[in-house]
Design a binder for this molecule. Structure first.
Ligand code: GMT
Length: 383
């Protein structure tokens, strides 16, 4: 099949999922076209059946806001025609489902039918999409998609509660390429460069937005480090970083907290990590937690949204109420204080992550595309 993928090319989970999906599809023989405003961060292997088409949004002095949707839908029309793309898969409803729908309509005028799959990722529903300024357009474009998928049961529930959705929403969870981790193992892990032997390493990775409550992460760590020798790695960039740095200073733990920036070496950081903290207020899935778990890192997270579908209570880690710093502290210590327990949690975290193997998930998307193409050809025959 020839599949066009639209996503945000940045460090966010939706872009990572879209990129990994596209790469996996290409390995299964499909021709994949990424249509994005920048080369996606995890797209490091362009090949004969993985192509990247850049959406240019030219600056014009009259525009206070650059019309990204317009440029994207025009690019989609051109690329569908040029490469005979058969199905569009847009990730993140805003504004990709809207732009995809416009492209679909323009193509229809030229006698080209292209089905569109929209995958909902989280904040496009629970945070941004739900804003009254966007809601009518988001509702419309979800309903106008040929197939809608969501990355967790929890996100499906939220979508149905928050929007007037007339479509079935299929849950296809996020995934991880387990084989990549089996091959890599812990061979090149240079833990000694980051911490002493008797120190525990705790990590948090996110885009440091308000929804991640990174101040909670720091407060939990502050309490933990009083009881056990430990370090905190804060990985990412975002609007809450400055406040977080200030808090670290106020608490007097600058020597124990490292801000590593937005890193391309997530697996390397996770390979020397003992515990992952994810204290979010909302999380439709929590891909970062899954990436930690596949690297054998147990997770203490909030119990928000889809996190209980990923992090298994008492097995891969613990789930606590949002903002419950004391409980998160106790649960973290429960995992890292006893070396035997830590080993067991590490093993379990990996086992749970393995159930999200890419090989179980990609066929589900393939089936969605195939089904749409079959429907399209039946319709053609009817005419
Ligand atoms: O978490 C973010 O802020 C980034 C956001 C995104 O759109 O990239 O992540 C969302 O999609 C990820 C991939 O499906 C999920 O794993 C995250 O849980 C979800 N974030 C939220 O719901 C806050």
């Amino acid at each position: 099949m020839k599949i066009g993928i639209v996503c945000y090319p940045t460090f966010g989970g939706s872009g990572v999922v879209a990129t990994e999906l596209g790469l996996a599809l290409s390995k299964r023989g499909h021709e994949v076209h990424f249509i994005t405003y920048k080369q996606p961060v995890r797209l490091d292997q362009l090949s004969s059946n993985v192509k990247f088409h850049e959406v240019h949004v030219p600056n014009y002095p009259l525009f206070h806001y650059q019309p990204y949707e317009l440029a994207l839908s025009s690019k989609l029309v051109d690329m569908v025609k040029l490469h005979e793309i058969e199905v569009l898969h847009v990730h993140y409803a805003i504004p990709h489902a809207y732009a995809g729908y416009m492209a679909k309509k323009m193509l229809e005028e030229e006698g080209i039918t292209i089905p569109m799959v929209t995958t909902l990722h989280g904040t496009d529903i629970t945070l941004v999409g739900n804003h009254p300024f966007y809601k009518p357009a988001v509702t419309f474009s979800i309903n106008a998609s040929d197939v809608v998928t969501s990355v967790s049961e929890s996100l499906k529930k939220d979508t149905l509660e928050l929007f007037n959705i007339k479509k079935n929403i299929e849950v296809i969870p996020n995934f991880i390429d387990v084989s990549k981790y089996d091959r890599k193992g812990f061979k090149d892990c240079q833990r000694e460069m980051m911490a002493e032997n008797n120190e525990r390493i705790i990590t948090h990775i996110s885009n440091f937005r308000k929804v991640k409550r990174i101040q909670d992460t720091i407060k939990v760590f502050y309490q933990v480090q009083k009881r056990i020798n430990s370090k905190l790695m804060m990985v990412g960039e975002g609007p809450e970083k400055e406040k977080a740095e200030k808090l670290v200073e106020e608490l007097g733990i600058e020597d124990k907290v490292m801000f590593l920036g937005a890193s391309y070496e997530i697996d390397k950081i996770l390979c020397f990590t003992d515990l992952f903290l994810l204290t979010s207020k909302r999380e439709s899935f929590g891909l970062a937690a899954l990436e930690a778990m596949i690297n054998s890192v147990p997770v203490v997270s909030s119990n928000a949204g889809g996190l209980p579908e990923v992090n298994k209570q008492g097995v891969s880690g613990y789930l606590c109420d949002v903002g419950d710093i004391d409980d998160m502290t106790e649960k973290s210590l429960l995992i890292i204080e006893d070396p035997e327990k830590l080993k067991e949690f590490k093993r379990n975290a990996k086992k749970v992550a393995e159930t999200f193997d890419i090989n179980h998930v990609v066929p589900k998307y393939e089936a969605v595309y195939q089904n749409l193409l079959e429907k399209k050809s039946i319709k053609k025959m009817e005419y």
